[in-house]
Design a protein around this ligand. Structure first.
Ligand code: ADP
Length: 593
């Protein structure tokens, strides 16, 4: 039967109360009756004692007629009186006619009579065989003539009536108590059931993850303690969930900021999770929603093939792939089955090798370029040395010229070596500047003054536009190199006219321009002249002793200062090289670009 908690509690209490009240009422009724009988027996005993005392008088007055005598005493007392002989025979009875006496049973065995015959007062409660009514009997030894025992008896009708009324009273009281108790039980059961229901509600809310759910802890009985345990459990659960969420968020953050691509793919090839890195590496716009088939998301057959093979073979596989995302990329993919069976998810990690490949290619190009640059002066040196050895030393007319060429080639080699070393130093990942407060204008003026004789020898003008001191935080030696390289190029390539240098401040920046009236640079070459070994006119640059690295060094130094360099040139009219650096540049551990 599916009774509610309230009904169960109520019925259990109601049954207990009813049984207890019934038992109490029954016991009380019995107790009442015993008490009444005892009180009556005491009264009857006193009456019997008086009747025995008055018996001889009555006996003589009624001339030994036992029935008459019994009636007389009985009449006076308002009770039934029986006179009994030594052998138990009834001699006379106030309520039995004389003629019926013979039919009356011998009373020897009646308990009260037997006690009186033995000399004691006896009493008993019994239904009278003679009269058919319940009587309280009290018998006393008499010893008057043949009357051995006098017995008085009172019908229990009144006692019964009294008992009935007492019982009614008890029942009414019991019913009243029952009603009151049941009402109380009903209320208590209701309250308990309501508290249990409240706990049930709170448990359900805790289960749904509602953080505000709190169970009542008062009153501090078993249910209150249960409420407290529930609250403690909920708090513990909340803190564990928070810790889990924190861990998950951290993991998500790490994955989100990872430049490598990471994906978790289920046994059916559907995406469980992809990070932003993978989306970027594959050149896609949006991450895949969980459940999307990975092949549809990535659209890279080689990657699909790798995933299938890793699943089939149940081991980690790696491969390099080319992805034709907007730009071509070289990717390194590693697929690891997570677990031993074929039904476990696969972890895909994709690493971008594009930059590494580009760096490697640059290094290879650089080595090839340097070797190429070395080869020409070395071949020339060797050629002249061999010519000298093979008789050239005796050729008084030309030998000096040979040695001069050899010296020029050695100077060129030295310049190349210096530029390569300078560039290598600037390109080191931790390349730093020795920053100090300098006057840029004074620095430029010194460089210009140093180059003046060379300009004059070449028939060129070299001037600096006047201006105020230009303070900046910069690396003095490196900036000297920037200006020297720019001036060297301007003087090197300009054949007529001259070179002008200007410098100034523009807001937080300091700028410097080197303008020449040289051949200028074709527009298509302008973006490339800052690359290493890039020359517009190779033969001319070599002839002038150029290494092809000067502008590359300029660009690196300016960028290390947090600045930029640019060129503006009209072929046939001249070129203007301009660089700008922040004046307060306290920088600058900038990785060279
Ligand atoms: P180089 O040692 O050959 O001068 P740079 O890196 O300094 O190497 O310059 C790269 C190329 O840019 C030069 O070979 C030259 O063709 C061109 N160039 C540089 N400065 C000038 C200039 N002032 N006028 C014309 N061409 C220039």
């Amino acid at each position: 039967m599916n009774l509610s908690l309230r009904a169960r509690l109520f019925f259990a209490q109601a049954i207990a109360v009813i049984v207890a009240l019934a038992a109490v009422t029954l016991l009380a009724a019995q107790e009442q009756r015993a008490w009444l009988v005892e009180r009556n027996a005491e009264a009857l005993e006193r009456i019997a004692r008086i009747a025995v005392r008055d018996l001889p008088g009555e006996w003589s007055r009624t001339s030994g007629d036992a029935t008459e005598c019994a009636r007389s005493i009985g009449g006076a007392l308002g009770l039934r009186v029986t006179l009994i002989a030594e052998d138990g025979r009834v001699l006379g009875d106030s309520d039995v006619p004389r003629e019926a006496l013979d039919a009356v049973e011998n009373h020897r065995d009646r308990a009260e009579v037997a006690a009186a015959l033995a000399g004691r007062t006896g009493h008993a409660v019994r239904r009278s065989h003679t009269l058919g009514v319940e009587f309280l009997y009290v018998a006393r030894p008499a010893g008057v003539r043949e009357v051995a025992v006098l017995r008085v008896a009172e019908p229990l009708v009144e006692i019964a009536a009294l008992r009935a009324s007492l019982l009614r009273l008890s029942l009414v009281a019991a019913a009243f108590a029952l009603l009151l108790t049941l009402a109380l039980a009903f209320w208590i059961a209701g309250r308990h059931a309501a508290r249990v229901r409240e706990l049930e509600r709170v448990a359900a809310r805790v289960g749904r993850g509602e953080s505000a759910a709190r169970a009542p802890e008062r009153p501090a009985d078993e249910l209150g303690r249960l409420g407290r345990a529930l609250n403690e459990m909920a708090a513990e659960m909340r803190s564990r969930l928070e810790a889990l969420a924190r861990e998950r968020d951290e993991r998500e953050r790490i994955l989100a900021h990872l430049r490598d691509g990471v994906a978790l793919i289920d046994e059916a090839g559907r995406v469980l999770h992809v990070n932003h890195g993978l989306v970027t590496l594959l050149g896609l716009a949006l991450p895949a929603a969980p459940g999307t088939p990975f092949a549809e998301f990535a659209r890279l057959p080689e990657l699909d093939d790798l995933l299938h093979r890793a699943r089939d073979e149940g081991r980690t596989l790696e491969s390099d792939l080319r992805a034709w995302t907007p730009q071509a990329r070289l990717l390194h993919a590693t697929v690891t089955p997570l677990g031993d069976g074929g039904r476990d998810p696969l972890l895909l990690v994709v690493h971008d090798l594009t930059e590494i490949e580009a760096v490697n290619r640059m290094r290879e190009d650089f080595v090839a370029n340097v070797s190429h640059e070395l080869r020409t002066p070395l071949t020339s040196l060797r050629g002249y040395a061999e010519t000298l050895l093979e008789g050239g030393l005796d050729d008084a007319e030309h030998r000096e010229g040979f040695v001069r060429v050899m010296r020029d080639q050695a100077v060129r080699l030295e310049a190349l070596l210096e530029d390569v070393l300078a560039l290598a130093e600037l390109e080191q990942p931790g390349a730093r500047l020795r920053v100090e407060r300098i006057d840029l204008r004074a620095l430029i003026e010194r460089q210009v003054a140093g180059m003046k004789p060379r300009a004059e020898r070449a028939g060129l003008t070299l001037a600096i536009e006047p201006g105020a001191p230009l303070l900046a935080l910069a690396d003095r030696a490196r900036l000297e190199q920037v200006i020297a390289n720019l001036l060297d190029n301007a003087l090197k390539y300009t054949e007529r006219g001259g070179v002008t240098v200007a410098a100034g401040a523009a807001g937080p920046l300091a700028w410097c321009e080197v303008r020449d009236s040289g051949p200028g640079i074709p527009p298509e070459d302008q973006p490339r002249i800052f690359e290493r070994f890039y020359r517009v006119d190779k033969a001319r640059s070599r002839e002038k002793g150029g290494t092809g690295l000067g502008l590359s060094i300029v660009k690196h130094i300016v960028q290390l200062h947090g600045g930029s360099v640019s060129v503006a040139s009209v072929p046939g009219e001249g070129s203007t090289f301009r660089f700008e650096i922040p004046r307060g540049a306290e920088t600058m551990a900038v990785t060279p670009g």
